[in-house]
Every structure is written in C-alpha cells, then in structure tokens.
Ligand binder design. Structure first.
Ligand code: GSH
Length: 180
C-alpha cells in the first residue's frame, strides 16, 4: 500500500511461506514477509519498512507533520503489530497452524478488546491519526481476514460502526485495491 500511495515503480515477488526458497531465506533474516532489498541489504519488519519508504519517497507524506499526532500514529502502528495482527492471525489461521483451542479463544477475546479500543479511537475521526497514515496501513493488511471472522459469525463488525466505516474508507483507496 505504501509503494502504491507513493506511486513509485517496484517489483513485487510472491513468496510461498510453506516452502521457503533459499533465495528468500537469504533475503529475509527472520524468514518472514515483508522484506525489501535496498542495494542488496535487507530491510524487514513492516512498520520499519513502511517508515523507511515514507522517508525515501517524500510525497505523499504518510506520517502526520505534528509531532504529537505523529507519536499517536506510531502508537497505533505498534498496537497493530502487538495486538491486531497476531489476534486476527491466530483467530483465523490458528487451527491450521496448530495453536491450542485455548490460545485461539484468547485471541478472539483479545481481538474484541482491540476492536473496542479502535472503536473508541475512531469516534469523531476518519483515520487513526486524524489523517490517513501508516497507522491505518499497519492495520489494513488484516482487513480481509477480519471480514472472514465477521462472515463466519466469530464477531460482528456491526458492533463496531466506527471501525466498519474506517475499514470502508481504507478499502476504498486505490492503494488498497492495487495491493490486492
Ligand atoms: N512483525 C512482523 C510480522 C511479520 C510476519 O509475521 N509475517 C508473516 C506473514 S503476515 C510471515 O511471514 N510468516 C511466515 C512464518 O512465520 O514462517 C512484521 O510486521 O513484519
């Protein structure tokens, strides 16, 4: 999404995470995606990569100018990494990946708490840090799986109207559609 927002040319390579190639493992020290190669050096951790890209490609800026608002963007980026992503992942993929039923239930319970905090944050705001930013992008990668949980009846997005409206706003962006 960041690269599409910036409108820069890039080559995306899909990775089979069940069957990681030597080439991928050489590029990704953690064996995880995303990873980008810059002059042969690997940069990884999505929030770090996204901030790097935001600094290198200047327009449009994807972190707010005001230092306090920017700090809030980073708070929500950290929350996506620490809570939202693992909770959505374990809730949807946990069984397939061998997580215990207790762990899966705890993830679903935790996710409801995370959604409540997002709901509160988004009251009267279009985006997590007021303007569209890396904080929204940090969550967007999990929207497809979150919708799967809604469709399966594991949670109801109708209970979180601010979150649902925010998701639609983010999903409506060209960069979201282009990122597929
Ligand atoms: N905190 C990391 C998480 C990266 C991560 O867990 N990526 C998953 C896919 S979304 C992955 O590559 N999993 C493969 C594996 O763990 O073997 C980030 O934001 O980049």
């Amino acid at each position: 999404m960041v690269l599409h927002e910036k409108g820069t040319d890039f080559e995306a390579r899909e990775v089979d995470l069940q069957n990681k190639s030597e080439e991928f493992l050489e590029a990704s020290p953690t064996g995880k995606v995303p990873v980008i190669l810059v002059d042969g050096d690997s940069l990884y951790e999505s929030n770090v990569v996204n901030q790097y890209l935001d600094e290198v490609f200047e327009e449009p800026r994807l972190l707010p100018e005001d230092p306090k608002t920017r700090a809030y963007a980073r708070i929500w980026m950290a929350q996506a990494d620490d809570n939202f992503y693992p909770q959505v992942f374990i809730s949807t993929m946990g069984r397939e990946r061998g997580f215990s039923e207790e762990r899966i239930s705890a993830a679903k319970e935790g996710l409801r708490g995370t959604l409540s905090r997002l709901e509160e944050r988004l009251a009267g705001r279009e985006y997590l840090a007021d303007v569209f930013s890396l904080a929204d992008i940090a969550h967007a990668g999990n929207f497809v799986r979150l919708r799967e949980l809604d469709e399966a009846g594991d949670l109801s997005l109708a209970d979180y109207p601010n979150v649902a409206a925010w998701m639609e706003r983010v999903e409506g962006r060209r960069s979201f559609k282009a990122a597929g």
